[in-house]
Design a protein around this ligand. Structure first.
Ligand code: HEC
Ligand code: HEC
Length: 254
């Protein structure tokens, strides 16, 4: 090998190294600036993993205590229905809760990385998103549904979909068939700024609604039923947790 060839070879090696370093730097990305950035990065990383719903099923045991084996929550709205929620939305909500963007102290311990790694989060999110939904969720008083529908069409449809089905790619939650008291509570919390992850456009809108408006919209939303293929048969119990001991006071309304 002559001297000029040697120089060329050395250059190629140097160039290759530089390329590797650059690629590695891009892949790792900038270090998170704040908790919100860290959380956004976690959600992004989790979304790229390949979930294993079978493993998710084992992890779900610790969620079932509150969200019930079916993922239907409780009709009083203390625990939301999470069954059938869109996969990316579950990931986003869980990383938000961990970053304390939502005032949900009961949930925080179950979202810390030592309890739930990002892979486990992906696994359990996949399991939950595939659970059939409650055919009998808690609904509102049914007294003002026309106004509820009008306000929903005007203010909510664009983001949450015609039937409250959400938009997976944009992390817009599915809200159809959710328990009425939970919906009302979330709305009040969003309006009071207790959910710091809320969409700013949505927060603006909410501030203008009266309590009567909110009740009407949420009553209507709670009655938007999911499509038949997402719904459980009446009386369905999750066979994955046949041995689960159910506290008698908490009814999923199902
Ligand atoms: C100790 C009770 C408890 C446990 C255990 C628990 N959760 Fe929750 N979870 C809650 C409560 C309460 C809320 C509603 C918080 C609120 O009102 O903002 C919630 C909210 C959620 C939400 C957001 C729902 C929405 O519509 O915004 C998701 C997703 C969720 N939980 C998933 C899980 C998963 C997955 C697990 C298991 C890894 C789990 N939870 C374990 C109590 C619990
Ligand atoms: C500009 C888009 C946009 C509009 C308009 C909008 N939302 Fe939302 N909404 C969102 C996003 C994004 C989230 C999730 C934010 C978060 O992570 O907290 C959300 C969250 C929610 C939640 C909480 C869901 C859950 O499972 O925790 C409810 C309930 C809700 N919206 C209802 C409504 C209703 C009712 C209207 C109409 C009055 C409305 N939204 C209008 C974007 C929107």
């Amino acid at each position: 090998m002559g001297p000029s060839k040697l120089v060329t070879a050395t250059f190629s090696i140097l160039f290759a190294c530089a390329t590797i370093v650059t690629v590695a730097a891009v892949a790792v990305g900038p270090q998170p600036q704040s908790e919100a950035d860290a959380e956004a990065q976690d959600a992004e990383v989790a979304l790229k993993l390949t979930p294993d719903p079978q493993r998710g099923r084992e992890i779900y045991l610790m969620c079932a205590v509150c969200h019930q084996p079916e993922g239907w929550g409780t009709a009083d709205g203390v625990y939301p229905q999470i069954a059938g929620q869109l996969y990316p939305v579950i990931i986003k909500q869980m990383t938000d809760i961990r970053a304390r963007n939502r005032d949900t102290p009961t949930m925080v311990p179950f979202t810390t990385l030592s309890v739930l790694s990002l892979q486990q989060l992906a696994d359990v999110a996949a399991y939950v998103s595939e659970l059939p939904m409650n055919p009998n969720n808690g609904v509102g008083p049914g007294t003002n549904l026309e106004q509820g529908e009008r306000l929903y069409r005007e203010h909510c449809e664009e983001c949450h979909g015609t039937r409250g089905e959400g938009i997976a790619d944009e992390h817009m939650p599915l809200i159809q068939g959710q328990h009425y008291p939970y919906l009302v509570r979330q709305f009040e919390w969003i309006a009071q700024g207790k959910r710091r992850n809320a969409d700013p456009e949505m927060v603006e809108q909410i501030r203008e609604f009266s309590a009567e408006d909110i009740s009407a919209i949420m009553d209507y939303t709670s009655r938007l039923s999911p499509p038949p293929e997402k719904l459980a048969k009446p009386g369905w119990k999750n066979p994955d947790f046949a041995e689960f001991v159910r506290p008698p006071t908490r009814q999923a309304g199902g």
